[in-house]
Design a protein around this ligand. Structure first.
Ligand code: GLY
Length: 391
């Protein structure tokens, strides 16, 4: 646990440290292109090294996003070429419907194809991202007003949303902007409204998933999938709430989202352990042997830096400095410092942790994961300049 006063005593990362960390991360991305251009890194490393995988799961877009971030930083044509090869793979994936029967179209297509379209004007990227947005639209339920995360559409045992989906919504706002069609934006707004009404508890912690009645759409109950228990705060879920509310504000400018952001961020910061690297669930604190999830801190950094753009000066400075404190902790305790250590960027993540109260098996425990790597680099880029988001 932390108090606000104590958090203010932590050092912030300096401009020189940001520059050093970013240059190192970009050089590691370039180094890893040899293994991950026609293939992708798996969702998490094994003994700190990612094996190759095909373009499957919800996680491959993060690696392509790292390539685009590194390309923006360097202008290196080899990175551009690799990014374009991966965009072709994302087009192939959506056209042939390879592992796309779920809601994670934003995680897959924003950092890969929306980024490519923004940076290179690629029409393939634009078309692939629009197809992905249309695919996501097919998962919207009028009864309940939300996008179903996983499983067969309408199935009783999967009639739910999950907090992570807030980061899939920017793809729909982008689709609305480029096509002029309001429907994408309207459904995103409806989903965000439903999510915010149900997943935030009175103490500002969050549910991971929330079930609705398929017949009536009435909200039923919050249940965890990757957290320690239904009533606990899964650290990454709380971080998706931070970045998700900031993104909702970016596109919709509803002042209520600032309130949501401040509440979920305060809960996250208050529950950090002494070294500021979150345990995988906030049920655990200093002294516990449970693993950390560094990726949740990287996501929170990006969320705080995004929201700081829209806040009055004093609040913007507060969240920017908090982001810099978390980034210093990541740099000091989790950053990969040499290619021989790992082919990722950020150590000490946890994809899923077995608990008697969740259905997960241990997976990617104390390992790198692709989203942790991506948000770490995005956070460094955000700290070094005014960055045009891919989200
Ligand atoms: N979106 C799934 C996860 O955060 O593990």
């Amino acid at each position: 646990m932390q108090t606000k006063e104590h958090l203010l005593t932590y050092k912030t990362i300096s401009e020189e440290q940001v520059a050093e960390a970013k240059a190192l991360a970009v050089s590691l991305v370039k180094e890893n292109l040899k293994d991950f251009t026609c293939k992708f890194p798996d969702s998490n490393s094994r003994n700190q090294f990612y094996p190759q995988t095909e373009n499957v799961e919800w996680t491959t877009g993060f690696w392509t996003g790292e390539i685009w971030l590194a390309y923006e930083e360097t202008g290196d044509e080899a990175l551009k070429k690799a990014g374009e090869i991966q965009v072709d793979s994302f087009m192939d994936r959506i056209v042939n419907r390879v592992d796309v029967d779920h809601h994670d179209m934003g995680f897959l297509y924003s950092p890969s194809c929306v980024a490519a379209y923004q940076l290179t004007g690629s029409q393939t990227a634009k078309e692939a991202a629009l197809k992905a947005a249309d695919n996501l639209m097919g998962r919207f339920h009028e009864k309940g007003q939300f996008f179903q995360a996983w499983g067969t559409l309408g199935a009783h045992d999967n009639y739910r949303l999950i907090i992570d989906c807030l980061l899939n919504m920017p793809l729909l706002f982008w689709a609305s902007e480029v096509t002029g069609k309001e429907a994408y934006r309207e459904k995103a707004l409806a989903h965000i409204t439903t999510a915010m009404q149900n997943i935030i508890r009175p103490d500002c912690s969050t549910y991971h998933t929330y079930f609705f009645d398929p017949e009536t759409g009435v909200p039923l109950r919050g249940v965890t999938h990757q957290g320690n228990r239904d009533g606990s705060a899964w650290a990454r879920g709380q971080a998706w709430g931070i970045y998700g509310s900031a993104m909702a504000y970016r596109y919709l400018k509803n002042p209520e989202y600032i309130e949501v952001f401040e509440k979920v961020t305060a809960y996250f910061l208050d529950h950090l352990p002494k070294d500021l690297i979150p345990y995988w669930d906030f049920d655990f604190d200093d002294g516990s042997d449970e693993p950390r999830d560094s990726s949740s801190a990287a996501i929170a950094v990006c969320g705080m830096l995004e929201m700081a753009k829209y806040l009055p000066e004093d609040k913007a400075a507060y969240y920017t400095d908090m982001a810099k404190r978390l980034m210093l902790a990541l740099w000091e305790h989790c950053a990969v410092k040499a290619a021989k250590e790992s082919n990722g960027l950020l150590l000490h993540g946890t994809y899923a942790r077995d608990s008697v109260n969740n259905p997960c098996n241990d997976r990617g425990v104390d390992e790198c994961n692709t989203w942790g790597d991506y948000y770490y680099l995005e956070g460094l880029v955000r700290l070094s300049r005014d960055w045009k988001t891919y989200w």
